[in-house]
Design a protein around this ligand. Structure first.
Ligand code: MG
Length: 238
C-alpha cells in the first residue's frame, strides 16, 4: 500500500507543479495518467463508476469530482483541487491537495491553510483505540472554530484492495462514537471544507459537485494506516 500511495502522491505533485494560468484541467489529467501508467500502475478513478478521467479536478466553487476538460482553463487566482488515486500490485492509494493558481486572495489562502491543517488534525486522531468519530470531531472542531463549514454529503473511506471500503470516515462526529480504529486499518481522511454553507449540489453530469452558494471549497486528503506506533501517512513520497 505504501508503493501505491507513493505513486499516487508523486502523480499529484507533478500535476500540482503544472498548475498555472492558461493550463487546462485536461492537461493536468494527462500528466497524472501518464505518470501513473509509466510506473506500471493504473489510475484508480479512470472508469470508476463511469468516471471519464484519471484525476478529479475541481476549481473554486467545485467541491469534488470535477471532470477535467480542455475547456476549463485555469486563471490567476483560482484554487484547484486535484484528487488522484493509483492502483498498484493489488492496492489503491488515494490523495488530494488544493493548489493556488498564481496569486490568490487572502480569503482563499486562509481556506487552504485551514483545510490542510484540519487534515493533519484528523490524521493525529487516527490512533489505535480511538474511533472514527474522534477523527471527524478533530476535523470539525478545527474548521468550525474558524467559521468554515464541513461538507456532509461526502466522506472519507476505508481504502485497500478496493478504492472505497468500509468504514465511511465523515469529517464531522462525536468523540468516542463510530467504529473503533485498530492496527492494520487503512483509511482515506479527506476534509472538504467550504467558506459558506456546508450544502452542496451535484450538477447534471452526475459528477461535478459544487457549493450550493457558489463560494469557495477546498479538499486535502491522505491515505493513512493505523499502526501500533500511531498513524502513518502512506501517500507521502518523502
Ligand atoms: Mg478518497
Amino acid at each position: 500500500m505504501r508503493a501505491a500511495g507513493r505513486i499516487s502522491q508523486r502523480a499529484l505533485r507533478l500535476a500540482g507543479a503544472a498548475v498555472e494560468p492558461g493550463v487546462s484541467t485536461a492537461e493536468l489529467d494527462n500528466i497524472v495518467r501518464k505518470y501513473i501508467e509509466e510506473q506500471g500502475a493504473t489510475p484508480s478513478f479512470l472508469g470508476y463508476g463511469g468516471f471519464p478521467a484519471s484525476a478529479c479536478i475541481s476549481v473554486n466553487n467545485v467541491v469534488i469530482h470535477g471532470i477535467p476538460s480542455e475547456n476549463t482553463i485555469l486563471k490567476q487566482g483560482d484554487i484547484v483541487s486535484i484528487d488522484v488515486g493509483a492502483y498498484y500490485e493489488g492496492f489503491h492509494g488515494d490523495n488530494a491537495w488544493t493548489f493556488p493558481c498564481g496569486d490568490i486572495s487572502d480569503e482563499a489562502k486562509a481556506l487552504l491553510e485551514a483545510t490542510k491543517n484540519s487534515l493533519f488534525e484528523g490524521i493525529k486522531a487516527a490512533k489505535s483505540g480511538n474511533t472514527i468519530g474522534d477523527i471527524g470531531n478533530a476535523v470539525q472542531r478545527y474548521v468550525e472554530l474558524r467559521s468554515y463549514s464541513v461538507v456532509r454529503d461526502f466522506t472519507g473511506h476505508g481504502v485497500g484492495a478496493k478504492l472505497h471500503e468500509a468504514p465511511n470516515v465523515p469529517n464531522y462526529g462525536t468523540p468516542g462514537r463510530g467504529p473503533k480504529l485498530m492496527p492494520g486499518m487503512v483509511i482515506a481522511i479527506e476534509p472538504m471544507i467550504n467558506i459558506g454553507t456546508y450544502k452542496v449540489k451535484v450538477l447534471r453530469d452526475r459528477w461535478t459537485t459544487v457549493t450550493a452558494d457558489g463560494k469557495l471549497s477546498a479538499h486535502f486528503e491522505h491515505t493513512v494506516a493505523v499502526t501500533p506506533e500511531g498513524p502513518v501517512i502512506l501517500t507521502d513520497a518523502d
